[in-house]
Write a protein that binds this ligand. Structure first.
Ligand code: CMP
Length: 138
């Protein structure tokens, strides 16, 4: 069954010129791009996207980071798209958790500046796609 997931290539990925490489990995995995857009978001949008992290110690610096420059937002489609993108992204901590060969393990050092975001469940994907791409939502 086809599923959708939201992907963000965060400002560190854009600054470092890794957008092409990351999209290439997504395409080689077999996921399809249903939307792709360069965006600069404000604090309000950052707070909505990361609502579940409000109140955590790293929240203020996460908002500062995610609003620090343009990012690439996209919607991926494919069988088990949520899990498939999380597999190629690797764990949140790029050194301790991400497996070798994943985007985060191969290109990142810090838990905050970890290059990509992917929805963590089909329910989160639905909420996040409605937030970022309202025209795509059912
Ligand atoms: P992401 O998958 O986008 O979801 C929440 C983000 O918060 C995460 O990736 C990291 O960028 C950041 N994050 C999560 N845990 C920490 C932490 N302990 N310290 C700093 N940033 C974190």
């Amino acid at each position: 069954m086809t599923e959708r997931t939201l992907v963000l290539i965060k400002p560190d990925g854009v600054r470092r010129g890794l957008v092409g490489d990351i999209i290439s990995r997504i395409e080689r995995k077999g996921l399809t791009l249903a939307a792709l857009e360069l965006r600069q978001i404000d604090e309000d949008m950052a707070g909505r996207h990361y609502a579940e992290h409000q109140g955590k110690p790293f929240f203020p610096s996460l908002v500062e980071f995610i609003t620090s420059g343009p990012l690439v937002a996209g919607v991926l489609e494919g069988p088990r798209a949520v899990a498939a993108f999380r597999q190629i992204a690797g764990g949140t901590d790029p050194v301790e958790k991400a497996a070798p060969g994943t985007i985060r393990a191969d290109f990142a050092l810090e838990t905050q500046e970890n290059l990509v975001h992917g929805s963590d469940s089909p329910e989160s994907a639905e909420r996040e796609i409605a937030l970022w791409f309202p025209n795509l939502s059912d």
